[in-house]
Write a new protein. Structure first.
Length: 150
């Protein structure tokens, strides 16, 4: 049974990779892909300092069912209450396009939140606008909302 689950996960992962579109400078795209994976690691580790550093100083986030958040409110948004953790966070990029010092990507995300009440799975869709800052890529605009059940 475990072998079947591994094969299904591998096939679904291949489908995600096979449907990706990348446009622009290859090195910049590699940095954006790495920064995206790192962001998921920071979220799962509750590393708020590195989550905050993933955004530009003038960033804006657009969480589901919320006002636009800026500045310190971004860090407050990502700071979890005591006893709550995110055990799984993954971003599936459908497209990454780089034009000069600006880029965007969009796709889907999914995760699992753990709390005293148990585990809650979630998934959604997103768009990120990136800005190049000192040869690194940081999120400038980050919008997401629920995509419902698979």
């Amino acid at each position: 049974m475990r072998r079947i689950v591994i094969i299904v996960v591998a096939l679904l992962s291949f489908k995600q990779v096979a449907s990706q579109t990348f446009n622009g400078n290859e090195k910049d795209i590699e940095i954006i892909l790495k920064n995206t994976k790192d962001f998921s690691k920071y979220v799962m580790a509750s590393n708020y300092k590195l989550i905050e550093a993933s955004y530009t100083k003038d960033a804006k986030i657009f969480p589901n069912n919320s006002e636009i958040l800026t500045g310190d409110d971004i860090l407050k948004y990502w700071t979890l209450p005591e006893g709550v953790s995110i055990s799984y966070h993954k971003i599936f990029q459908e497209e990454v396009t780089v034009t000069g010092d600006t880029a965007y990507d969009y796709g889907y995300y999914e995760g699992i939140t753990k709390s005293e009440q148990g585990e809650q799975s979630w998934r959604g869709k997103y768009v990120i606008v990136w800005k190049k800052v000192d040869n690194d890529w940081k999120m400038y605009l980050d919008i997401w909302n629920s995509a419902g059940k698979k």
